[in-house]
Design a protein around this ligand. Sequence first.
Ligand code: C5P
Length: 318
Amino acid sequence: MSAGAGRGAGHGTVVARAPAKVNAQLQVGPLREDGFHDLRTVYLAVSLFDTVTVRPDDRLSLTVSGEGSGADGGPATVPTDSGNLAWRAAELLAQHAGVAAHAAIDIAKSIPAAAGLAGGSADAAAALVALDSLWGTRATRADLAGLAAELGSDVPFSLVGGVALGTGRGEQLSPVLARRRSDWVLGIAGEGLSTPRVYAELDRLRAAGHARVHDAAGRCDAVITALHGGPTEALAAALGNDLQAPALSLRPDLQRALRAAEEAGARRALVSGSGPTVAALVDDEDAAVRVAAELAGAGVFRTVRAVHGPVPGARLVG
Ligand code: C5P
């Protein structure tokens, strides 16, 4: 199937959006020779989206609005050049398809940068889908998945969304049929954390004997079962993240944020991916609204968002 079939190839403006993710379980193996770690993770796509709009132009350009753009008075942390994963997605797709990488890309960001929510990966995935349509490259989903894996470990999941088991460095996906809706409150801290820094801190903690390599395969299976159906308690008990210890080591104040989320009524709070976002699992949509309101008033987070999952991956909109 062509990912961009019937979308007015070659003309006009194309809009795509892609979701944030949380890792409901994230098991990190030892450091590999290529600088990555082998993972076993359960990805869950949640209802916080970045929107990527592309239009024809005679060169490649990129603008950003919203989170990390600097427009809200905060620092402009999202690059608008080849340092942006969406820019690299454009170059890679153009190379793959043998077309000129010419487009004006605009990213409206709701997903904060360097937050452990795969915001940059979402932008790359949405850019692949939008540009495939704009340029009429007719890439298959399999083609796009291959390009996505070259761009970053989380980009393939941003394309497919839903729930998936990730292995390898996270880019090898087995989709999981998970009908159960789960509600979450995301507590977003003021300043981002660099992913490589958090992995390096995990290696340091392990070398010093302060963290262990957990290799129990059953941890992901328990989350998958709980995401399929059953009470929130079962899902809460199955959540886990090996990157939480290093994120807390780098940001000890996150411990207070995790506690605040559980005191506000979350069943369980954990660090999302490499952090510093806190993902707090709640019973239902009403609880999400209540917990979000309480946490917004507690002053421990810059932004608080009530979200739910699973939601689809990168899609054309409009
Ligand atoms: O693939 P991605 O560009 O997102 O990875 C960013 C960095 O995170 C890598 O350079 C590596 O330091 C770390 N990483 C890792 N093991 C993984 C995924 C990422 O060590 N499985």
